[in-house]
Ligand binder design. Sequence first.
Ligand code: IFM
Length: 538
Amino acid sequence: EDAIASLTKMLELSPGEEKKFHFVVGIEEKIEDIQAKTKEVTKRSFVEEKFKEVNKFWENYVEKLTIKTPDSEFNLSVNIWNKYQAYIASQMGEMISFYIGAGSWGFRDEAQHIFGVLPLDHEFVKEKMLELLEHQLEEGNSVHAWNRLTNEGFITNHSDDPQWLVLMVLNYLKETGDLKILKKRVKYFDKGSATILEHLLKALDHTLYHVSPNGVPLRRTADWNDALAGGHFQKGESLMVANQTAWNILEIVPILTAIGKKTTAAEYLNIYDHLKKTINEQFWDGDWYIRATDDDGRKIGTKQNHEGKIHINGQTWPVMSHVATGERALKAMDSLWEHLMTKYGALTFTPSYTKKNSYLGVISQFAPGTKENATIFSHPNAWVMVAEAILGRGDKAFEAWRRSSFLTRGKEPDIFRTEPYVYPEYSYGPESPHFGLGSYSWMTGSAAWFFRACTDYILGVRPTLEGLVIDPCIPKLWPGFEMVRNFRGATFKIKVRNPDKIYKGVKKIKVAGKEINGNIVPIQKPGEYEVEVLMGKG
Ligand code: IFM
């Protein structure tokens, strides 16, 4: 359905014969420069030289973290394509997409794309992080998007943007251990400047100042779900932002403690306890968690709704934030599998909205099974993997990956109809005649989150301030896996064995031949270190 231009060259090949040819495409500002440039760039040696440079660049980028598991598609996806998509997306924002007008640079998406680049190139990420911090407003929130050419910022009241800022900075600190950077001054987008620590706390507090009488963060313009944007008074609550904030509080506490801010850390922990209690007391619907409320306190994502009864982000984020624990966490995720899971991954919610409804917003105006209306968004499927890995259900975490993987989907090209190496923003839902069709490929933070969900949660190798946590949650039939990961200047060659065929549990870890206590590999001097991990009960 899209117009394209194509180039064709007819070739005849004898059996075993090889022919090489290059297509060269370029632009010049002045028409008279084209001829000279064409001569230069169409030389075979020029093309081959450039090709070598490009290969070298990517080899250098991808080699910083590599894996070897029994699943070759999982390896291919993690070793090459997720890294590639995260990098390209973080370089080009939404401009790479032909679905959206060039120029718009989404704050939340950019803050998440770089999460996928972080273990591979933190200098690049640092530069991007500073740029994003310069797009935070003095009041704590950020611009929702900006134009890269004019630097014009689009100011909205999206409620999730500040929490992505927090997540971005905390991840950078855990990866690099560079706590000194917290003292660096960075200007705000509108006025003044402050240290990065102040930027960080302002973002966290911005959400905590905009809460309902329950103490639950308001949804305001919208949260991650841009289309769930109804109401006129911005009084509705977002349980997704509530859980993002809770997750960020758990992550910021060790950092605040490390820089001597124990009282502030304790204050945030009190807020965490309040959020946990309120969410569990008031937003549990019997079999799953409620997603949001509207201006009048009506619940969105409850059994009482005729449409949009259960939402994906309502279930994954409480598990990720440890607000949902024990039986309730398992029940929430079981409900997700029962009601939302399709053969192509989980739906954002079900059933679709069918009538225009101003308290829900534009979400109710998309045709059922398209865009945000009951489709399979790739991005939140990575959160299914994270939540399942936290719960220790390795087969489910892996199955969530497999169903939505572009490699699985690419085997049905007539249905998927998007690049078989890129996560699309979403695939059409079962209520659409185009069920399974990929759309808006390259968009949103999917690649970064899938990459990190695979490496940090399924394979379970995650950075913390004190070292690398080793906490795999794998399919129980995997006999083990290997990972080579650079961390704080050292290279760790990690070999995990799973002789007892379990999902989760680490019995013993040896670093350079010596057994360590617990499951955090301490920071080492530059060099190579063998890490032997034995999974097992107890
Ligand atoms: O979360 C957003 C993303 O930032 C842009 N595309 C749509 C998603 C869901 O609304």
